[in-house]
Design a protein around this ligand. Structure first.
Ligand code: GMT
Length: 376
């Protein structure tokens, strides 16, 4: 019998939505029936699958509402889809509001649907400690039938910050190998006006304060003083103007390319030489995995799940937050030795295959689904 899974996620660009979408696509390829429930079509759902359905959550903006009640509309849509499509499982990505809405939907339809909640990071490390949300997030975690976290660090933080005693399974993030690119695309590099001998440093994020993008600029300043190089900044967000100003102040305009939001980051990674992620909070760092899958070594900070992704001294380096000198030294040594870079690049691809291969991660989720359905 076909297992039917509803996936609730954020549809916009962001790691949690990407993982939810790629998971849905891969499960569909394995014969599951997948129902995405979201405000918009998930952005990486880039082709038609006969067994993937999309249910759009629409909010009635009745004038009496001070704020549009998205969460209630989502819970209602979930209940409607569970009932009509006879779903077996709802997999909520991000505790708030997806897990809480799933619990509410289950109560509405009085059906024994199983709820799996995957914690992605900021739902715990930012919202989970906000007194305005804490009790609700604890409730969502306690009432789910299974809870997973994307790193050991996030599991430990959840247990400590939210006093959670129930078991939490760690299931790492993964990349869709069919989409990652290991062949260098120097043609695209030249189209961006970057010369063959120039090294390409890349940063991809949503430009929120936690990402510390100004640190990336300061590190790049030091790199560019010693090695001909360009910095690609991919993404957009609240810190964009501050970063733009810093680039001007440091007279780096000629060397920094602001690319804004991009859908196919694998193509950009295919000609990058180094990925920097210098965040002060990061439960996993999916962009690191995406870079590593393309053979791009990474330097990250020693926070959250980053040290679980980058193998220090093998696939890149781990440095303390705000250690501009340390990151710059490591970057310079990596970019100036072709032999060292090649070794790291090769190790990146191998590490992704060994620890984060989609086959391995998808079967971990499948085992969870089986376990819950057998509990009935
Ligand atoms: O990094 C963000 O701000 C976006 C956020 C999201 O919800 O998509 O990312 C979180 O989930 C990703 C997928 O599991 C993780 O790779 C990111 O590390 C995590 N972000 C933070 O913990 C800050």
């Amino acid at each position: 019998m076909t297992i039917k899974i509803g996936i609730a996620c954020y549809a916009s660009v962001g790691g949690s939505g990407i993982i939810a979408t790629e998971l849905g696509k891969m499960l569909a390829e394995k014969g599951y029936e997948i129902h995405f429930i979201s405000s918009d079509m998930p952005f990486r759902l880039n082709r038609v699958y006969s067994n993937i359905y999309f249910h759009e959550v629409k909010v009635n903006n009745y004038p009496v509402f001070q704020y549009p009640p998205y969460d209630l509309a989502l819970a209602n849509k979930m209940a409607e889809v569970i009932d009509r499509e006879e779903l077996d499982i709802i997999h909520a990505h991000y505790a708030m509001p997806h897990a809480i809405c799933a619990i509410l939907a289950r109560q509405m339809i009085k059906q024994n649907i199983k709820i799996v909640t995957t914690l992605h990071g900021t739902d715990i490390t930012v919202l989970g400690i906000d007194p305005g949300f804490k009790k609700m997030i604890q409730f969502g975690i306690e009432q789910s039938d299974c809870v997973t976290a994307v790193s050991n660090s996030l599991k430990e933080q959840t247990e400590e910050m939210l006093d959670i005693e129930r078991p939490i399974d760690v299931v790492y993030n993964f990349v869709n190998e069919q989409e990652s690119v290991q062949k260098r695309n120097d043609e695209l590099k030249f189209q961006y006006g970057i010369q063959e001998h120039e090294k390409v440093v890349i940063h991809i994020s949503n430009f929120r304060k936690v990402k510390r993008v100004p640190d990336v600029i300061r590190v790049f300043k030091q790199i560019s003083e010693h090695i001909p190089s360009k910095l690609l900044l991919v993404g957009d967000g609240p810190e964009f103007c501050t970063v733009n100003q810093l680039v001007k102040n440091l007279k780096l305009e000629e060397h920094v390319l602001f690319l804004g939001k991009q859908e196919n980051i694998f193509e950009l990674l295919s000609f990058a030489d180094l990925k920097l992620l210098l965040s002060e909070k990061e439960s996993f760092g999916l962009v690191l995995l995406e870079a590593m899958a393309c053979g791009v070594p990474c330097i990250g900070t020693d926070v959250g799940g980053i040290p679980e992704v980058i193998a220090h001294g093998e696939t890149g380096y781990i440095c303390p937050v705000n250690d501009i000198e340390g990151v710059s030294d490591k970057a310079l040594s990596l970019l100036s030795s072709q032999e060292l870079w090649k070794r790291f690049s090769q190790s990146c691809v191998e590490r992704v295959k060994e620890h984060f291969h989609s086959n391995k991660i998808i079967s971990q989720y499948e085992n969870i689904y089986q376990r819950l359905l057998e509990d009935d």
